[in-house]
Design a protein around this ligand. Structure first.
Ligand SMILES: [Zn+2]
Length: 287
């Protein structure tokens, strides 16, 4: 035996990983080959935060409209399946546009689901990895900020690919582990505030993951408008580190500063796309 310490293997491409030290302390595991990041909470703790950011009505309505527009850029689907539908607000948009809607969300009992979505939608409460094979295939399968949470991202993408009809599309939004934010803010990076964020894709790892489940026309882009408050939230955490049981955005001043600086953030992101903290996967199933 060489006495070498066993190195963890990348959950996406099976190549070796190594520890990536974070500014301010802690480490993530980074794949040497595809740049995929995984997080062990013991090595990169979440600063006392219990759950994901709970929501702010104005911001949420705006984000919902932007996300819906992003998902329907290539045309309006007649049937959709949402992985992690939450309150059903996005499914409601598709329902109002005349689509049939379905989805699964294991945390569904924690939030009130839109009544019309509950009535007309085909809703499941299993984790996506455990969902029974689909009876009805849909034109669009999507998940908004779920891939960073799930237990098995490859199985999740595989299931998404099985749920989509030939010629249909799969789309996911997830934090960008290869964005400038992680390097600049280190452990103060806002995406690390949520302890249920257990991985961060790079554009390359997301591309490889989608390709390896047999999807085609795989594209990974960086939307300019998603997660606009990431920078101000990260800067606040960097400048004034302290326990925040409800998360940094629970402070109204931080949220207000986030909205006030949005035009500056957008200008910076236009000049430098790697500042954008989100990856957008779009892929197709061959017809
Ligand atoms: Zn990898």
């Amino acid at each position: 035996m060489s006495g070498e310490v066993a190195r963890a293997i990348c959950e996406i491409c099976r190549n070796p990983t190594r520890a990536l030290p974070l500014r301010g302390g802690g480490t993530l595991q980074r794949c040497d080959d595809c740049g995929h990041l995984t997080r062990d909470l013991a090595a990169a703790p979440a600063d006392h935060r219990d759950r994901a950011y709970g929501g702010e009505p104005t911001l949420d309505a705006w984000r919902l409209a932007l996300t819906h527009r992003l998902l329907t850029r290539d045309g309006a689907p007649r049937s959709v399946f949402e992985v992690g539908y939450g309150s059903g607000a996005l499914l409601r948009r598709f329902l109002d546009a005349g689509a049939t809607v379905a989805g699964t969300d294991p945390d569904q009992l924690e939030v009130a689901v839109d009544p019309l979505v509950r009535e007309r939608g085909h809703l499941h409460t299993a984790a996506i990895e455990e969902l029974a094979p689909a009876e009805d295939r849909v034109e669009l399968v999507y998940g908004i900020h779920v891939l960073e949470h799930v237990r098995d991202p490859m199985r999740t993408l595989q299931h998404a690919a099985e749920l989509v009809a030939p010629g249909g599309a799969v789309q996911f939004l997830t934090p960008a582990g290869d964005s400038d934010g992680l390097r600049a803010y280190g452990r103060a990076w806002w995406m690390l505030e949520d302890p249920t964020h257990v991985r961060f894709f790079s554009a390359e790892s997301l591309r490889r993951a989608a390709t390896s489940v047999g999807l085609t026309d795989v594209r990974v882009t960086r939307p300019a408008l998603d997660s606009l408050v990431t920078d101000v939230a990260s800067m606040t955490r960097l400048a004034r580190p302290r326990p925040r049981p409800h998360g940094v955005l629970a402070q109204r001043s931080v949220l207000a500063a986030g909205l006030a600086t949005a035009p500056l953030v957008l200008a910076a992101r236009a000049a430098r796309p790697t500042l954008r903290p989100t990856l957008h996967l779009t892929a197709r199933k061959a017809s």
